[in-house]
Ligand binder design. Sequence first.
Ligand SMILES: [Zn+2]
Length: 238
Amino acid sequence: MFLGLRDGAPVFGMGIAPQAAENLVGRSDVAVTELRGMAMQGTVPPDQLSAIAMAKSMVTWHQRHGFCANCGARTAMKEGGWKRVCPSCKAEHFPRTDPVVIMLVTHGDRCLLGRQKQFPPGMYSCLAGFVEAAETIEDAVRREIFEESGIRCTEVNYYMTQPWPYPSSLMIGCTARATNEEIIVDRTELEDARWFDRAEATLMLKRQHPDGLAGPHPFAIAHHLVGRWLHGGDVAGA
Ligand SMILES: [Zn+2]
């Protein structure tokens, strides 16, 4: 897959089988590593990391879209990997991006964070969920928050986005203000959700909370949503 030009030189991404990757481990001229680890440890400059993330997302898309969704025939890669074309019905298929809202909800001097079962022990983060068909970002924020925590929201504002190539999400960071306080956790989605005050949230981001609670990792947009609230006052405008 053609990923673009860097300093005038073309950059390509390529998928290889897991076994082939294992055979590369230990070679001095090749680094074999995993994308999340690279992002967490900051071992690669941000501009290179974005190209690697792009390759990761594209490789996964090609792996999962070998057949035409319209007629079922095997499709072929075209235009340097940026589309697949069906030789039978001529349908064109493009890499998909799945929008996900991720939001920091505040109520006065507290913010709402939750934890999924698969999170590391003690870690809490912003609530998040996929935008549904024909839904606005604002509606998705209000719906997800209400479904997962029973909290109603107002003043939904956009903050920033982060591509999340696992395999193809675009995290849309938002803030909102809660209009009620009583949390009703949807246990099928979350293990827990609760309010945290600024002092606790500060310790969690620094990973110094006395009970071992932790906030989202610095490479995640959730970390920046919480950090901006801590440093810039109430992001929802109070
Ligand atoms: Zn077709």
